[in-house]
Design a protein around this ligand. Structure first.
Ligand SMILES: [Zn+2]
Length: 437
């Protein structure tokens, strides 16, 4: 092991192994009477629930990062920012719009002062490009920076974009499915789970799609983010659909905010169209599609107009695939869901235009761009689709300058409050964007 493997990290080492570099290890768990606290993920556990036969305890909560037991130790070296100076790290040749430019400068100034800030920008506003200036300046200052997201798909989309924009900067990509070993890098892209392995590492941390599952509802991941940054480290949250909690922190002035209600190309967000289709699951089980859905699909397939077709649950994928084959014949499509082993390849096939369309669950609701697509959601009134998810799904459409509009069609059994709220939010963003002109 090299020393830099420990910079800003909490490396778990089994009790049987020698301490690296003569360091004194830190206990992995705190035991207070009948309560055990994991120092990696901050989970509070009942001792009797997590006791092992050898008398030690383990943490089931962060198990997927390697098992922490109370007999093991964490080893850590303070982050020294051992990076070669980068006088000109950014190789991006693009141009920001005047509105993007204003936000980019505000974010860069905030990052220089290690602010905790929310960048609230509509879907397709160009959030990533808007943080390039801030990243460039942070790298020039010799800071260690990470961009984390709750979604692995978001990390996988960010990585090539960041590599292209910062060609001279080696970037580490860390997620559960990456077989590459950990590397000490000035710039890291990782899932929010991976933050649990860092300790006071980053001068600035960006969390993209901060309101997405599982980050939003997981206090362990919030703890991870707060531990991963240095004590005076900056935090930048990015999203198009901030949660009530985030907006409340903005209202209480605990979080600064930068706001952009307009897309990069200046065109409005496409509005949601709803169509009542009755009991669609019953139809699928008979191998047929709702009539209106079939018409929508056929029209697009004939025009070679690519689209995403969302369904509420994994169990809906088999019946819809059967009905699609039955009704549409030999059209090339695939279905994908969160634990699909071929998930990454299927998304890539859609990117490479090898498919007419992709049928998906909510995993592709955000953070992914397929330029020029339409979107249909069968069963958009299902409870699985939150208002934020519906706004994000609608936001997949109209993201290219060549096709700034497009169709967002929701087939529903009955009207839902969540859809009404999503429509209201989209209309409100468009109203605010018009006022900017
Ligand atoms: Zn844990």
């Amino acid at each position: 092991m090299q020393k830099e493997q420990l910079y800003g990290r909490r490396v778990l080492i089994n009790q049987a192994q020698p301490a690296p570099f003569g360091l004194v290890g830190e206990k992995t768990m705190v035991i207070r009477g009948s309560v055990v606290i994991c120092r990696r993920c901050n989970a509070r556990l009942k001792k009797t629930d997590v006791a092992l036969p050898d008398g030690s305890c383990y943490c089931p909560v962060c198990l997927n990062l390697g098992r922490v037991t109370s007999h093991d130790y964490f080893y850590h070296l303070e982050e020294p920012n051992h990076f070669s100076p980068l006088p000109d790290p950014c190789s991006w040749q693009g141009q920001l719009s005047p509105l993007q430019e204003v936000v980019a400068r505000e974010v860069a100034r905030g990052m220089a002062e290690h602010h905790h800030r929310l960048l609230w920008a509509v879907t397709g506003a160009g959030k990533t490009e808007m943080i390039f200036l801030a990243l460039t300046e942070a790298l020039k200052r010799g800071e260690r920076v990470a961009i984390a997201s709750p979604r692995v798909d978001v990390c996988l989309e960010l990585y090539p974009r960041l590599q292209a924009a910062f060609k001279k900067v080696p970037i580490a990509l860390l997620h559960g499915k990456n077989p590459q070993p950990y590397q000490y890098r000035q710039l890291t892209i990782c899932t929010t789970h991976q933050l649990l392995r860092f300790y006071h590492a980053f001068d600035n941390l960006v969390i993209d799609e901060v309101d997405a599952f599982p980050f939003a509802s997981d206090p362990g991941l919030h703890f991870a983010a707060s531990q991963a940054i240095k004590e005076d480290g900056g935090l930048l949250y990015l999203t198009a659909t901030p949660s009530k909690e985030l907006l409340e922190r903005v209202r209480q002035k605990k979080l600064k905010v930068s706001y952009l209600p307009q897309r990069f190309h200046g065109h409005p967000l496409p509005q949601i169209q709803t169509v009542l289709v009755g009991r669609w699951r019953k139809k699928l089980n008979k191998g047929v599609l709702p009539r209106q859905t079939k018409t929508w699909l056929v029209t697009r397939i004939k025009r070679h107009q690519e689209f995403l077709l969302f369904v509420p649950h994994v169990v809906d994928l088999v019946p819809i695939a059967r009905a699609l084959k039955n009704e549409l014949g030999a059209v090339k499509f695939m279905t994908v869901h969160a634990s699909d082993p071929d998930r990454l390849d299927k998304v890539q096939a859609m990117r490479d235009h090898q498919l007419a369309f992709l049928v998906t669950t909510t995993i592709l609701e955000r953070g992914v761009t397929f330029p020029g697509i339409d979107v249909g959601v069968l069963g958009a009134d299902s409870e699985i689709f939150s208002t934020a998810a519906l706004v994000q799904i609608a936001g997949r459409v109209g993201r290219s300058l060549e096709r700034p509009g497009g169709a967002v069609t929701f087939w529903i059994q009955e009207n839902s409050r969540r859809i009404e709220e999503a429509r209201r939010q989209i209309a409100e963003m468009n109203r605010r964007a018009r006022k900017l002109k």
